[in-house]
Design a protein around this ligand. Structure first.
Ligand code: FES
Length: 138
């Protein structure tokens, strides 16, 4: 399964703003343009969803793939972070387990990772974890 970027298309920086095009939609379009312009990002898929339940931390996005680590980003800049997010997704795609080493993460979004989530796989043992050795800052 390819690495997929999911963007919250309903995010907005000002939650009182009723503009018809939300900041999340603008960010989605910029990420789409970055993927189209980057031949190394051909394998990265893009999709949108309505609300990722972190509305006070716009813009929000997720990078995930079947059997790999999932990263959730908060506070992304719709105008500035599209290329960074695609670069992160490319590193995620190259990684066998989805772990993107700290040194490979684009500087502008390093601190915008809100959380990362270990994959659920059929082969995962019930108790033993296999992700303990992945130091977040390694
Ligand atoms: S609108 Fe984007 S997280 Fe709720």
């Amino acid at each position: 399964m390819p690495t997929t970027i999911t963007i919250c298309r309903t995010c907005r920086y000002d939650r009182t703003c009723d503009a018809p095009v939300r900041d999340g939609m603008r960010f989605l379009k910029r990420v789409e343009d970055e993927i189209a312009a980057d031949p190394d990002a051909n394998g990265v898929h893009l999709r949108a969803m309505r609300c990722m339940a972190c509305c006070d931390k716009a813009c929000a996005a997720q990078i995930a793939a079947d059997g790999k680590m999932t990263y959730v980003f908060f506070g992304l800049d719709a105008e500035q972070n599209a290329a960074d997010l695609v670069a992160f997704a490319r590193s995620h795609e190259r990684s066998a387990d989805g772990v993107v080493p700290f040194g490979e993460r684009p500087e502008a979004i390093k601190k915008k990772i809100g959380t990362r989530i270990a994959p659920l796989t059929d082969a995962a043992p019930a108790v033993e974890t296999t992700w303990d050795d992945h130091d977040e800052n390694a």
